[in-house]
Design a protein around this ligand. Structure first.
Ligand SMILES: *Cc1c(COP(=O)(O)O)cnc(C)c1O
Length: 353
């Protein structure tokens, strides 16, 4: 079924106002956005309109009761200048998993994809092409009932906007193992990209920042003995440049698409990758014995965020210098080259627009 989208173009592009060599992450928005509402379970006419403020009721259900979910993905230009997406169907499926967990409606995959493609196509001049840059895409859905009372909203909006971005974490980051606060535990919604999961991370992260760290490593809610993830990245640990460990998908961590891409690329290359429970003691012992040759977070924004040091019980364990990180450097190059069409897409991850 063809989906027709009503398009209202901006009378005046803002693109000339921005310096593409100097982009601050998440602060610049392209000319247009996509919107489709779901009223009483029925998806309405989708539209693309100029990026701008939206009007909401003070009683907007999403604000009070937290039915609000999002995605993060990127568009790139290939060497011929054609826009392309990276594994977009994975993001669409994940948004719908988040929606299901939060009691929100499922958006038809074709509706999401068509909105995404037409939006990126229209704003393709906003896709930066400098090394490490991309057009970051933010799809999200939120409850729109103007009603006070805890029940699932009857009405929702789904929207997408775009931000041109450079690479996210330019320097390797200092992380600290968090043992007081918990991000998610069994039966909660750790696997959902639900707004509330990020709200609860603000205070613990701010406390770590006060002590000079960039991020925290979450531990499991029952024992605080196993590592889970860090900020908006999944974690990988490399032992002697051979064995690679990453926490298994236990419902408490976000099922990262970059995580999945890294695992597949590493296994194809012949590395052993173990997805399992990883105790923090195992990581610290490896660091003490100089066997922890690399550690990094993976996520769409940064692709790879190298870890400079891990703080645990008051001691900072330093990792080898960034240039010597064989695994993370190799992964970053491979993923970015595939995303930008500079390397053959043998795994069929790229979708032309
Ligand atoms: C989005 C996110 C990730 C990374 O997922 P990608 O699909 O690789 O971008 C990891 N952890 C959390 C908590 C996230 O929100």
């Amino acid at each position: 079924m063809a989906i027709s989208i009503k398009i209202s173009k901006t009378p005046q592009s803002r693109i000339h106002l921005f310096d593409f060599n100097n982009i601050e992450f998440g602060k610049i928005f392209s000319d247009h956005m996509f919107r489709v509402d779901c009223l009483n379970g029925v998806w309405q006419e989708p539209e693309i309109l100029p990026y701008g403020n939206i009007s909401i009721a003070p009683s907007l259900s999403a604000i009070h009761y937290g039915q609000s979910i999002f995605e993060g993905m990127k568009a790139f230009k290939n060497p011929e200048g054609k826009p392309q997406l990276f594994r977009p169907l994975e993001n669409i499926k994940r948004l719908n998993k988040s929606a299901e967990r939060m009691g929100m409606p499922i958006i038809p995959e074709e509706l999401f994809l068509e909105g995404l493609k037409q939006l990126v196509n229209l704003d393709q001049n906003w896709i930066p092409t400098a090394e490490g840059s991309a057009l970051y895409l933010r799809p999200f859905m939120f409850a729109t009932d103007d009603f006070v009372g805890v029940r699932s909203s009857l009405n929702y909006s789904f929207m997408i906007f775009c931000c041109p971005v450079n690479s996210y974490y330019p320097k390797p980051i200092k992380v600290r193992v968090e043992k007081k606060f918990v991000r998610a535990s069994d039966g909660m919604a750790g696997y959902a990209k639900a707004a509330g999961n990020y709200g609860i991370s603000m205070l613990p992260t701010a406390e770590a920042k006060k002590d000079g760290y960039d991020q925290i490593i979450w531990t499991d809610g029952r024992t605080h003995e196993h590592v889970e993830e860090s900020g908006t990245t999944n974690l990988f640990f490399v032992m002697e440049d051979k064995l690679i460990l990453t926490p298994k998908l236990d419902g408490n961590i976000l099922e990262g698409i970059t995580r999945d891409s890294c695992i597949k690329l590493l296994r194809n290359k012949g590395y052993e990758v173990q997805e399992r429970d990883i105790s923090i003691i195992e990581i610290i012992d490896a660091a003490k014995a100089n066997k922890l040759t690399d550690a990094f977070g993976t996520g769409t924004a940064a692709i790879i965020a190298k870890i400079a040091s891990i703080g645990y019980e008051g001691v900072d364990y330093e990792l080898p210098p960034a240039e010597s990180r064989l695994v993370s450097n190799w992964l970053y190059q491979n993923i970015y080259q595939i995303q930008t069409g500079k390397q053959e897409d043998t795994l069929n991850w790229v979708m032309a627009i």
